[in-house]
Write a protein of this length. Structure first.
Ligand code: PMP
Length: 368
């Protein structure tokens, strides 16, 4: 089912979807999404910018997807949705559209790194909030749900400090209700809500962003490049499914989370990160006296996928800039893991995970 890339290369056993607890890194593509994408690799392969029938069919599918995504995030008009290759591109595009920008200290690296490179202000944290900019800036960027610790913020409250507000809503879309009131730009990726990878969107309200990828008239000249029709179609279907199932999934992950936390009560020397207002989909916990990476490896052996800190930076041994911004003591930061829930996890798998987690923590502490 999963073809080996090379028979000589070692392939780890894959966890069942129910034992995959790294849904903030990416989610499995919903079968219904795959089914609707397939025809666009086959007979429906047309270029959405061609004027012949093949192109027009692709165009119609793209516009339907735009409507579906607009409806999921509550955009007033589908024309406010610009298709991109994902949240990284969307974040880069919006940051490069302005000269004076301030970003929160908790942003994903696809906001934080461009902000550093472009010499923009990174606001100083005060616990889980941050100091407001000294002078009014053109753009302020504040994510709605943090990908590492799950903390929820209210970007619309930033309106008074900047002409325009941008919010990275990647970890919120399809999971918790998104409110675009007071938000001028919003970035997202389809693969975080059971859609395909490599496709996403940039929502824009009052003004469009500057063009980042120049060299084509696609997307009203705001983004050159042939449209990823199957991917866009997949994101549209995933949007519809998310809209219909958001409440059920929310209740489901809340239950799994509370079961897991209950089971962990018998463990000693651990803490939960992210404060009181967190997305139920993301659970960041730190265990004293162990390395998060070792816990990830041990759980992988037991057939579970979890993550140490943020997946995007999991190859780095440096504590993440988010835990850094929170002044988390190194002894806690080192032992941090992220468990992120999804609709395919089951109660049974959450109970199994808590067992394995407890055993692995005890073993690792004993070995130290
Ligand atoms: N923003 C946030 C909050 C994310 O969690 C991610 C993915 N980890 C991204 C942006 C980047 O998404 P992508 O890699 O799909 O471009």
């Amino acid at each position: 089912m999963f073809p080996a890339l090379s028979s000589r290369r070692w392939q780890p056993a894959l966890p069942a979807k129910s034992r995959y607890f790294d849904n903030a890194a990416t989610t499995p593509v919903d079968e219904r999404v795959v089914r609707e994408m397939l025809p666009f690799f086959e007979d429906g392969f047309g270029n959405a910018n061609s004027i012949h029938g093949s192109g027009q069919r692709a165009r119609a599918a793209v516009e339907l997807a735009r409507e579906r995504l607009a409806s999921l995030i509550g955009a007033e008009d589908p024309s406010q949705i610009l298709f991109t290759s994902g949240a990284t591109e969307s974040n880069n595009q919006v940051l490069r559209s302005f000269h004076t920008v301030a970003v929160s200290p908790f942003e994903h690296s696809s906001v934080w790194e461009p902000a550093k490179t472009l010499g923009f202000e990174i606001l100083e944290n005060q616990g889980l909030t941050f100091k407001t900019p000294g002078k009014t800036v053109q753009l302020l960027s504040l994510m709605s749900v943090n990908n590492e610790i799950g903390t929820i913020w209210q970007p619309a409250q930033m309106e008074r400090y900047a002409e325009f507000v941008h919010s990275d809503i990647t970890q919120a879309v399809g999971k918790i209700p998104v409110d675009l009131e007071g938000i001028d730009f919003a970035s997202l990726s389809a693969h975080k809500f059971y859609g395909p990878k490599g496709v996403g969107a940039l929502y824009h309200g009052r003004v469009p962003p500057q063009t980042l990828l120049i060299g084509g008239e696609q997307e009203n000249g705001l983004r050159g490049g042939t449209l990823n029709v199957p991917g866009i179609v997949g994101m549209g279907v995933a949007s519809d499914i998310a809209a219909q199932e958001m409440c059920v999934n929310h209740a489901h992950v809340l239950e799994l989370r509370s079961v897991l936390l209950d089971e962990l009560r018998s463990c000693t020397d651990w803490q939960q990160n992210g404060g009181d207002r967190v997305s139920p989909y993301i659970l960041s916990i730190s265990f004293l006296g162990i390395e998060g990476e070792s816990l990830v490896v041990d759980l992988d052996r037991a057939g579970f996928a979890i993550s140490s800190g943020a997946a995007c930076s999991s190859h780095s041994t440096e504590p993440s800039h988010v835990l850094g911004a929170l002044n988390t003591e190194e002894k806690w930061a080192r032992g941090t893991v992220r468990i992120s829930f999804g609709k395919y996890n089951t109660l049974e798998s959450a109970l199994d995970l808590s067992d394995s987690l407890r055993h692995a923590v005890e073993n690792l502490r004993r070995m130290n």
